[in-house]
Each structure stands twice: as structure tokens, then as C-alpha cells.
Design a protein around this ligand. Structure first.
Ligand code: 1YM
Length: 684
């Protein structure tokens, strides 16, 4: 069977199963024809303006020229060409399907990693229009796939809110430009239409390839290996995105297939973002039931769901605009926070939980232990950053504030017990904040004295230029000793840690500031912490965690990562945090010595050079290396191996830290049991 037939059969098989794509008959068929005639060409002036300066007898060369900027500077369109950029290709195509679902035309979307590593996305919407524009001679499908920014320009009144193409709003043509191959199939008007492309250039005109009663769009792409540094799609990343989108679009079914091993998963949440909050709080004891609202005011759709956790303090508020995550927040989030704080203060005063003499609770006080989803949909979102991560529309703030304030106050009035428990938690947060401020002031006052107050255990470097300076955080005094003698004291500072630092996932903030090891670390870093955190005062631009290659070392590393993630996250996002990789083995034969960082490398060297067993030394701890060896293997910038710590998915990281380091044992046990088979190195 040739590839084309094979793909079609596969695609048809899934389309035809009926489970995912109900066959449309009678009325809806006419409905589709109706759309084809009036939409988008006759209704959307945008389209005409946009198209008028295009040459529609355009040759492939012109298409190539149109998409050339994308191939030349992919980063400008998809952010990067690493794993993150690669996944961005899926989000672009998926967003078009989600748009179609938001417009009420699609209910089933399927994303598959195919056997050959390519990715396909299907929906059961109207299908991208295929009609030829009288002026252009090109099909709309071809335009969408080959003209930059074409995708977002077609929004007729009937099409609903536009997702506007994910992070960079660029659409399908960018995916096409960055794919060595792309195949688009449209099921529309009882027919199947196909067009294929290579690096954005059509192989030929759109072809009608068969009769089909199905509806929808299928896009499969092969990411270009000359553009991306990796072509490996991550199942976890895709699943997490699909789950999120399924929560945000009540009632749609998102199905995932990994055809490399037959894995599949389906998401459908009747409760929408209520289900999302329930999911986020699934490992926690919560206060009362979930509050939620779903309102349409002045053409702005507002959905909010929230619930407080009982004995936890971390805040998780996730916001979206037209289903796009807005990690920097914006006017919708400001409106939400203002309303939440106001409703709580109002209720607390009305019911004398807050007395006259008490201060009002602040936004920070009401944030502890809060899990919330804020999802708005607006017709013309304006973003403040190029990355589309912060909403700027000023009208949204007031509307969200009004609606949330009113509904939340009602919710409290109907549930006095829940309201009281929430407010008592907020008051506690207020008191703890005051206590912590006192403890923190002590640190800051000390910090103000500069050099003198640097912890005695810190062996600082000579350089005062943060860009050049490195801080090694080292496990134990003995390894600390070797590191101190082995380092280049010009730019390398050493801070030995005694034993295990406090688990900051479980301790309250005032305890954390009282802890000596943590105080030392904060003072050495120079940034302070909390409200007074200032990244510009960071004294070292490479902070390197150096622990033993054993279970204790991993534990200490995790404790440190927890602290950085929870309290000094900007150090991670700024790219300043690293993990050193000391060698696992030293191999010796005669006068030759190799330091080896993995088991595979060890086996290869043993086989290649015939190293015998007494020439193999396994390093269990840094302390087993002398100063010179430590420099040669782990600290010398010209040979050392380090891993930069990055946050790929903050929500998932949050979850993992909570499970691994939090108070609840049961989720941790489940986590460990589920991964028991993956353990490779276990010290007994
Ligand atoms: C697997 C990817 O692209 N689905 C999709 C895209 C479109 C439509 C339906 C659609 C939109 C409209 C009218 C409209 C797009 N159409 C266009 C354009 N899935 C996927 N499903 N009819 C169909 O917005 O009015 C761009 S995207 F511009 F051609 F209308």
C-alpha cells in the first residue's frame, strides 16, 4: 500500500468509526452549503482587503517568498526551535480546531503522534473552506496554509471568539513553512479534498479525492529536521495541554493517540473549569465546595471557579483569554483579585469576623491556599507583551470585578460556615505575614551591612562581577573543603551546607526565615526574598547545586530545588540555576585515566580499552575526590558538565513538588509506586 493510501485509510477509519465523528445528514448538509456560499467571502471585508494585494496566479516561488521569513527566523514566529517550539506547531493547528469548537461547530478533536513521529490533528467541524475565490484562483485552504496570518483573518460574525492562533497568533501557514511535509484533508459538502505541501509549497492544486458524508479538517505534519533541534514530541506535554483545553471548553471531547505504542487517552469534562479546580485540588483537603460562575456581560464571557485548600498555603491561580494561558495575568486577573479581596473583606466586616480596629485583608492574605481558574473570552484581545502572555483590554477589569464580587458575596451569604473558614484562614495568613516580616527585616538589616555579614561558611570569590561569578552550593563540609581548595578563587565561591536543609514545602514562612542554612544562602545570593526580592542584586549568575550521586544527594538537591521553586523562582526563570554533574566512575588503565558520566559510556570504554575491574572506581560521594580531581571533573569550566534548571510546565512542576515534598503521604506513595520500575540506581 502506498503511503498516501495508507494515510487515507487510517484517517477514514477513524472518521468513519462514528464514535468520534457523527455522520451528518439532511438539514445539516444544506447548512454547510449555505455556509460555503456566504462565508467567508461575501461577509468578511477583512478577507478582501487582505487578499487584494496577493497575486493569485502566484507560483510556488512566490509562496516560498511569502513564507521565507518564517524559515529564516522561526524564533520570531514560534518562540524557539527547541522542544518548546516544536510543540508550538501542534498548538497552532489545535487552536484552529478549538476555535471551531468554540464557534459551536466541532465537538470532537483528535491529536495523534503517528508511528513515524509526525503529528496529526483532526476535528469534526465545518472543514476549512475549499472554494476558489473568483479573483484569486486559489482555494481558501491553500491560502490558509500558505499565506502568513491568513488563519485569523476570516472571523465572520458566526464564527465565534477567535483563539487568534496561540502564543504568537501565526496560524497554520507557519506550521506548514516549518514542516518538511504537510498534508491537509478537508471533509466538506459531501466530499474529501486533499492538498499536500513540502516546506510550505503545495505539491499541486487542491484535489477532490472522494465522496464522503463526513465533516471536518485533518492536518498532519512532519516537522522539518533542518529547523528543529529535536523532533521528539512529548506525550506528557501534549496530554497536559489537551487536558487543559478540555476543561476550558465544556463538553468537547479531546482524544489522544500515540500510534508508536498504541497508548490512547480521552478527555471530556462536563463541569468545565469546575472540574479543573477539582482536579488541581484532588490531593488536598479543601474548604467547602467549589464556587463557580459563568456569565456573559457586554459580549465578554467570564468563567471563574475557585476553592480554598485547608492546610496548605500555596496559591494556584491560572488565567486564560480565549483559551490561551496568560501566565503574566492582565486586566482579567486584576479584576478577579480586586473582587475576591473586596468580597471577603465586606463579608468579614458585615459578620464581625474582622473587627473595626483590624486592618483590611490584602490581596496576598486572601491568596494563600487559593486554587482558581479565571477564563475570559473577548472579541478583540489586546495583549501587552509580544508573547501574548498578558491581557491589556481595560474594559475587562471592571466587568470581571463586578460579576465576581457580586456572585462571590452571594456564595458566602448562602454558606456562612465555608465563608468563616476561608476568612479565618486569610486572617491567619495576615498574622503569619506580619511575623515573617519581622524575621525578614532581620535578614535585610544584616544584608545591608554588606561583606561583613556574609556567612562565615561562605568562601567567596574575588570577582565582584555577577556575570563572571559562580556560587557552588555543596553538600557537606568535607566536599566543601575539597571544593574550596580545588576552585578558581577568582570567580568561584563555595557555600557548604550542613546536612539537609529545611523542607520548605511544608514549613511556614516564618520558620523558613529563621533557619540558619537558608539564611546563609539568601545572604550569599544577595537578592533578599519575598516582597523585597530583587534579582538585580544577585551576586552570582551561575548558582550550581553540587551534591553526591546517591540517594541522599538527590534528596538534598530536591530540597534545594523546592526552595528555589517556591521562594526564588526568578532565579530559575532567569536561567541562573544549574546542577553540577560529577562523574560516576573513574576508569584507569596503565597511565590513562577516564572520568565517566554515564553507565553507557563506562561500558563502551571498558570494551574499547579492556579496562579490568580493579581499574574501575565508582564515586559515591564528592568527598571521595581530592581537590584536584574535583576541579578536573566537575568545576573546570572547560570540561565540566552542568544542567541548567528550567521550568517547562510550571503547573506540572508545582504538582510534582507538592506530591514529593508535601505533607500528604498517600499521593507520594502512589507517585513512587507508579515509577518503581524506572528506578536504575538504588543505594541500599
Ligand atoms: C485540524 C485543524 O483548521 N479546523 C477548521 C479551520 C477553519 C474552519 C473550520 C472554518 C472557519 C470558518 C468557516 C470561519 C478555518 N477556516 C479558516 C478560513 N483544524 C482546522 N475548521 N468555515 C470553516 O472562521 O468563518 C481559517 S481556519 F479562513 F478559511 F475561514
Amino acid at each position: 500500500m502506498d503511503a498516501d493510501k495508507w494515510i487515507r485509510k487510517k484517517c477514514m477509519g477513524i472518521f468513519a468509526s462514528g464514535k468520534y465523528f457523527p455522520v451528518h445528514t439532511g438539514k445539516s448538509f444544506y447548512f454547510q452549503i449555505f455556509f460555503r456560499i456566504i462565508s467567508p467571502f461575501s461577509t468578511t471585508s477583512d478577507f478582501l482587503v487582505f487578499m487584494s494585494d496577493q497575486h493569485y496566479d502566484a507560483s510556488s516561488i512566490q509562496i516560498l517568498e511569502g513564507l521565507e521569513p518564517v524559515r529564516k527566523r522561526p524564533g520570531m514566529y514560534i518562540g524557539s526551535t527547541d522542544e518548546r517550539g516544536l510543540h508550538h506547531l501542534i498548538w497552532e493547528i489545535l487552536d484552529n480546531s478549538i476555535d471551531e469548537a468554540l464557534a459551536g461547530h466541532a465537538t470532537n478533536i483528535t491529536v495523534s503522534i503517528e508511528e513515524d513521529g509526525s503529528v496529526s490533528v483532526m476535528d469534526d467541524g465545518r472543514g476549512i473552506p475549499v472554494a476558489v475565490h473568483p479573483k484569486t484562483g486559489k482555494s481558501t485552504l491553500e491560502t490558509v496554509m500558505t499565506v502568513l496570518h491568513a488563519g485569523g483573518k476570516f472571523g465572520g460574525a458566526e464564527s465565534g471568539y477567535k483563539v487568534s492562533g496561540g502564543l504568537h497568533g501565526v496560524g497554520a501557514s507557519v506550521v506548514n513553512a516549518l514542516s518538511s511535509r504537510l498534508e491537509a484533508r478537508v471533509y466538506r459538502d459531501g466530499k474529501e479534498h486533499v492538498q499536500t505541501y513540502q516546506r510550505g509549497v503545495p505539491d499541486g492544486p487542491i484535489a477532490q479525492t472522494g465522496i464522503s458524508e463526513l465533516r471536518g479538517t485533518y492536518v498532519r505534519f512532519w516537522a522539518d529536521e533542518t529547523i528543529f533541534s529535536t523532533l521528539e514530541f512529548s506525550r506528557e506535554t501534549i496530554l497536559s495541554r489537551l487536558r487543559q483545553q478540555a476543561y476550558l471548553t465544556k463538553g468537547i471531547t479531546l482524544t489522544f493517540f500515540d500510534r508508536r505504542d498504541g497508548f490512547s487517552y480521552r478527555f471530556y469534562f462536563e463541569g468545565g473549569i469546575r472540574s479543573y479546580v477539582a482536579f488541581l485540588n484532588r490531593n488536598s483537603e479543601s474548604i467547602g465546595e467549589i464556587f463557580s460562575l459563568d456569565r456573559l456581560v457586554d459580549d465578554i464571557s467570564i468563567e471563574v471557579a475557585l476553592q480554598y485548600k485547608k492546610d496548605e498555603y500555596d496559591e494556584r491561580v491560572i488565567s486564560f483569554v480565549n483559551n490561551i494561558p496568560t501566565p503574566e495575568g492582565g486586566t482579567h486577573l486584576t479584576g478577579f483579585r480586586t473582587a475576591l479581596t473586596r468580597a471577603i473583606n465586606k463579608y468579614a466586616r458585615a459578620n464581625e469576623i474582622l473587627k473595626e480596629k483590624d486592618n483590611n485583608l490584602s490581596n496576598d492574605d486572601v491568596a494563600e491556599g487559593l486554587t482558581a481558574i479565571v477564563s475570559v473570552k473577548v472579541w478583540e484581545p489586546q495583549f501587552e507583551w509580544q508573547t501574548k502572555s498578558k491581557l491589556g483590554n481595560s474594559e475587562v477589569k471592571g466587568v470581571v470585578d463586578r460579576v465576581v464580587n457580586e456572585k462571590l458575596f452571594e456564595f458566602f451569604e448562602e454558606r456562612p460556615k465555608t465563608a468563616k473558614a476561608i476568612i479565618e484562614k486569610c486572617v491567619l495568613a495576615y498574622r503569619a505575614r506580619m511575623a515573617a516580616r519581622n524575621a525578614r527585616d532581620t535578614i535585610i538589616r544584616k544584608g545591608a551591612l554588606e561583606g561583613m555579614t556574609l556567612p562565615g561558611k561562605l568562601a567567596d570569590c574575588a570577582s565582584r562581577d555577577p556575570k563572571r561569578s559562580e556560587l557552588y552550593i555543596v553538600e557537606g563540609d568535607s566536599a566543601g573543603g575539597s571544593a574550596k581548595s580545588g576552585r578558581d578563587r577568582e570567580f568561584q565561591a563555595i557555600l557548604p551546607l550542613r546536612g539537609k536543609i529545611l523542607n520548605t514545602e511544608q514549613a511556614r514562612i516564618d520558620k523558613i526565615f529563621a533557619n540558619q542554612e537558608i539564611k546563609n544562602l539568601i545572604i550569599a545570593l544577595g537578592t533578599s526574598i519575598g516582597d523585597t526580592f530583587d534579582i538585580s542584586r544577585l551576586r552570582y549568575h551561575r548558582i550550581i547545586i553540587m551534591t553526591d550521586a546517591d540517594v541522599d544527594g538527590a534528596h538534598i538537591r530536591t530540597l534545594l530545588l523546592t526552595f528555589f521553586f517556591r521562594y526564588l523562582r526568578d532565579i530559575i526563570t532567569g536561567g541562573y540555576l544549574y546542577i553540577a554533574q560529577p562523574p560516576l566512575y573513574k576508569l584507569a588503565k596503565g597511565k590513562q585515566v577516564w572520568y565517566v558520566f554515564s553507565d553507557e559510556e563506562k561500558d563502551r570504554l571498558i570494551a574499547e580499552h579492556g579496562v579490568v575491574s580493579d581499574g574501575i572506581q565508582r564515586y559515591k560521594g564528592l568527598g571521595e575526590m581530592n581537590a584536584e580531581q574535583l576541579w578536573e571533573t566537575t568545576m573546570d569550566p572547560s570540561v565540566r558538565v552542568m544542567h541548567r534548571v528550567r521550568i517547562e510546565d510550571a503547573e506540572r512542576a508545582n504538582e510534582v513538588f507538592k506530591v514529593l515534598m508535601g505533607e500528604d503521604v498517600a499521593p507520594r506513595r502512589r507517585f513512587i509506586q507508579a515509577r518503581a520500575k524506572q528506578v536504575e540506581n538504588l543505594d541500599l
